[in-house]
Design a protein around this ligand. Sequence first.
Ligand SMILES: NC(=O)c1ccc[n+]([C@@H]2O[C@H](COP(=O)([O-])OP(=O)(O)OC[C@H]3O[C@@H](n4cnc5c(N)ncnc54)[C@H](O)[C@@H]3O)[C@@H](O)[C@H]2O)c1
Ligand SMILES: O=C(O)C(=O)C[C@@H](O)[C@H](O)[C@H](O)COP(=O)(O)O
Ligand SMILES: [Zn+2]
Length: 368
Amino acid sequence: MTRTVRVDLGARSYDIAIGAGLLAAAGDAMKAVLSRPRVVIVTDRNVADAHLGTVEASCVRSGIETAAIVLPPGEATKSFAELEHLCGALIDRRVGRDDMILALGGGVIGDLAGFAASILRRGVDFIQAPTTLLAQVDSSVGGKTAVNVPQGKNLIGAFHQPRLVLADVAALDTLPRREVLAGYAEVVKYGLLGDRGFFDWLEVNGPALIEGDRAARIEAVARSCQAKARIVAADERESGERALLNLGHTFGHALEAEGGYDGTILHGEAVAIGMVQAFELSARLGLCNGQDVERVRRHFTAVGLPVRPADRGLDGVPAERLLHHMAQDKKVRDGRLTFVLVRGIGEAFVTRDVEAPAVSAYLSGEAA
Ligand SMILES: NC(=O)c1ccc[n+]([C@@H]2O[C@H](COP(=O)([O-])OP(=O)(O)OC[C@H]3O[C@@H](n4cnc5c(N)ncnc54)[C@H](O)[C@@H]3O)[C@@H](O)[C@H]2O)c1
Ligand SMILES: O=C(O)C(=O)C[C@@H](O)[C@H](O)[C@H](O)COP(=O)(O)O
Ligand SMILES: [Zn+2]
């Protein structure tokens, strides 16, 4: 059975369909949002090998013409160079304002193709068909699109909402385990930021979900999308509450920049470590009790996620270097860092009241 979550954004509202086998029926599902029967599919080599044929065959059955652009896999593809290459390829295929771009892949493809769609001819529609757990629970929803630059993550981008999201959990059957775990970190994020009951549920059901249990995956994707859809509908452009979705990301993005986007550390792994750090800093500031910090650390460790920079060989990075990366964070206001901290599991909040020396002391391992 397909579950549907609506993202309520007035004229830019859209549905997220969640179920098993949706890629095989993508043609019919997309028809309602196409101006003409043509879709240009942007994907990466791994996803093309596993799923492109299924989507193309479905489009043929539905009378939709397709063209495919296949990019290299990995975080390095979310770059200016690949953006230029992709825009050129879309223009060569004469993609116009009445065409539809289909982002078929993980967060890298969704963020890059979505950004290309936002700037091509000043805006072309796109559909997200997320094929990683991370993309199904997070990146395909909410309209943040971007590329990375050497100075930091997602620093060049735009808000551009998709017209439809097709989250086929059957596509996750071919996803490598390390990628499943990285996506799982963003699932846990929803529990940690605002839903203690969901975290309780994940402590019980997380291991089965990771092993491939379909029902658990559908439930986790649907609950995550419901949480994200509610926050995005309330604060589309991140002027307030949406910043909660950045829990763990101020620390995590600094680690990713240090890692050089070469696979040393995956986004979800950086977010897992970053969330533990947000809990540890909160406890150090007297905001959160130590039992909740330990519970988060224990759950991540139990499922096989990293909990400290050393778990990905990123220990020993000087605190000043990490703070230098954090100074590029999009949440900085008036030169002050903004942190998402916690009063406990399910109780995150946004604050500008943390002084850089306190963060530096924590990152340097100085006694509290
Ligand atoms: N826009 C947002 O709101 C948002 C939210 C969270 C993360 N992100 C971004 O998402 C990116 C990470 O996305 P990701 O974790 O999906 O990584 P990814 O897109 O790099 O995909 C991970 C790997 O899995 C492969 N893959 C994808 N689907 C597959 C499948 N079904 N079977 C086999 N292999 C498959 C890919 O080729 C790649 O090698 C980061 O750049 C992060 O910043 C954006
Ligand atoms: O959708 C959001 O808002 C998020 O913050 C979701 C994050 O998981 C995601 O990694 C996002 O791309 C980070 O945004 P950024 O603005 O910090 O680059
Ligand atoms: Zn993220």
